[in-house]
Design a protein around this ligand. Sequence first.
Ligand SMILES: C[S@@+](CC[C@H](N)C(=O)[O-])C[C@H]1O[C@@H](n2cnc3c(N)ncnc32)[C@H](O)[C@@H]1O
Length: 386
Amino acid sequence: MSTVDLLSFHRSMLKDDIRLNRFRRAIELCVKSGDVVLDLGSGTGVLAILAARAGARIVYAVEATEIVEAARKISRKNGLDDRIVFLDDLSPRVQLPEPVDVLVTETIGNFGFDEGILGWVGDARRRFLKPEAVIIPLSIELFAVPVELVEIYSRDIDWEYTQSGIDFEPMRSFAVNNLYPVRIRPENYLAEPRSLGEVKLGEVTSTAFAADEVFEITKSGELYGLGGWFSSRLCNGVSISNDPADPSKSWSHAFMPFQAPISVAPGDRLKVHISCANNGSVWRWRLDGSAKSSNAGHGKTETVQFDQSTFLGSPSMASHLHRHATRHVPELNVDGRIMSYLLDHMDGKRTLEELSVLAFESFPERFSDPAEALEHVRTISVEFGR
Ligand SMILES: C[S@@+](CC[C@H](N)C(=O)[O-])C[C@H]1O[C@@H](n2cnc3c(N)ncnc32)[C@H](O)[C@@H]1O
């Protein structure tokens, strides 16, 4: 994400009054005077500040991106320097000096689990939380609905793949296997939305999620895919959701497009399977239904089956599939060899300049001049050095 995108991402979340007020209420209800709080995914530090103001003795605020430097300044500006400790890393890589009474995290994605909340909370529960610790949010429930989204489908999936006489059709199989952040409206529904299940974060042991549902079509139309969103109980009495019927400013909705649009009519039944793995980064959606395909003749009903996954939506994932096989024997490419060489030579004695000269001499095929080597060494040193 560029710096401008990072700043506007946080600005829009801070300007979403509903989101902030709900989290503030939940924090005020759950944080007691003297508590130790963990704010996981702290961003600008806003929830850490609310927790400190609610009486926390100390807040550990963990943030993986560079916005943490702004958060430090914001906490200082608000006089909370001595009560908020920022840790600038991904939460599974940090250690805390003491057990935690309250975990607060707003790592909720458009489709609930797609920002990794199940894995982050699972790890925090194992390593940081007291047995009786409170977790905000308490739970997350996912919802899905068959949708008619003609404009989005024709823009993202069914665009004119021949451009300047060149056939770009191979891009379609990637396009159709992705989860799109879109704005869905209730008028796009072709059936009643259904819950896919609720996960209580205090009981989470796995980052995988799977659900099977049957939808009965209530409105004639063209089915383009499934829409998805979440509803989360932050604590007893305080909830937040991106339900399309009650949209919030901070989240879009998830759109899982189907391989091809299908004509549906009231009474058609669609069996749907939706699952996620790899801590919310890989999604799969399957359809097993009897409906009228757009390609079939008028009134002709056929069985339609689709089985799609974001695993197939990433061009690099698809072409590197063999590298995931357990029997694959990996070896370092040139970037791996440079990384290994530099990590070996960062021994607390050599300067960046000395390291860059070594790197330039050892990997002439990779660096066109010493300045380029120095830039690379700097990046590695910021990431892995101190
Ligand atoms: C949706 S933003 C919320 C930021 C802030 N808590 C708020 O409410 O405005 C989520 C933030 O969590 C960070 N993040 C996500 N997962 C993380 C993890 N496992 N460890 C550290 N930071 C994480 C992201 O970089 C992002 O800044």
